[in-house]
Design a protein around this ligand. Sequence first.
Ligand SMILES: Cc1ncc(COP(=O)(O)O)c(C=O)c1O
Length: 395
Amino acid sequence: MATPEDADGPPFLPFGRPDYSDREIAAVTRVMRSGWVGMGPETIAFEKELAVALGAREVVCVNSCTSALLLSLRALGVGPGDDVVCPSLTWCSTANAALHLGARPVFCDVDPETLCLSPATVAAALTPATRAVIPVHFGGHSVDIAALRRSLPAGVGIVEDAAHALGARLPDGRPVGGSGEPACFSFYANKAIATADGGAIAVDDPAIARLLRSLRVHGLSVDAWQRHATSRDAMAATPLSLLGYKANYTDLQAAIGRVHLARQPEFAERRRLVAQRYAEGLAAMGLGWQAGVTSAGHARHLFVMLLPRALASARGALLDGLRQQGIGATVHYPPLHQMPLYKAAGVQAGTGQPALPVTDDVASRVVSLPIGASVSESDAARVLAAVRAQLERLA
Ligand SMILES: Cc1ncc(COP(=O)(O)O)c(C=O)c1O
């Protein structure tokens, strides 16, 4: 298949590309040579290291953040007849976790500066059936989870979508993942920890952690490694009584994850320098961006530029022009409430759903510039020059 890298012209700068060194390759080789590549001791070690880094009592690794969200809602008891409040400005996994459980996503608006939900936008979306809220730490900007918890009625659960937020800090200084509520991380290829695919749930409640460990292996009470280590039979000791999922992680992925976790300071510094460059360059062009991206608590998974409203209709032409100049800029996100899937499910304004004026406005103007472990300051300079050239072309 042809890729943008194959095209003639300047080298293509993708939106997010992982950084792998000989250390990750050696770690994977070591696990392959060990003879155990499925979920086992390497995953257990990675979970322990993540728990320390995130300030969480327990971490449960799974095969994706999508599964992490689904299993977490399930562990909180979300099911048919329940409403789950989440932003529309997010990836489909956030809302689909509710849909898969027979619950209804109710989309809430976001703050125009942070692009994250707030206690006020959630309050406008609460219904008598609300069972859970999924705050998305959009782009790596943390949501104030303690303030959200204080604002919610008793009995409403929180599942954090922290796909973008490894390394971000909550307003009180704790790492995202350390709030005590289930927080779901992604280890997909363009994320801070990039193990090709994968995810994890950080949580404090040991009973929820135990349930999540069972749900990720069909509902069994012992996984394959425990059976191997103890010679216990999968179902004889504890008969299957729970319908779970096949959502486990693997030791091959954990081997990469452990190295990437150790390399976080290096990756975070690169993202910080690039974000700083973008902010300076865009300010000189009179353009805006997501609030907080240059401050200490932001994980800078995304750098989201905000076009002026007068240029919203030219965004497609801008993205095409940048691509021709070898820049893989993109959009996070076309809002979910405009998607046929959710319209068909009766999930839209006017059917018990709040209007989303801020989401409608910002979603038409956001542009994500390349940032990530392999994007350098000189790449950022090239991106800025291309943005300037395209704006002049479109003026
Ligand atoms: C906000 C958000 N939530 C959830 C996910 C799902 O992550 P995964 O690909 O690990 O399932 C993503 C993926 O990028 C995301 O951006």
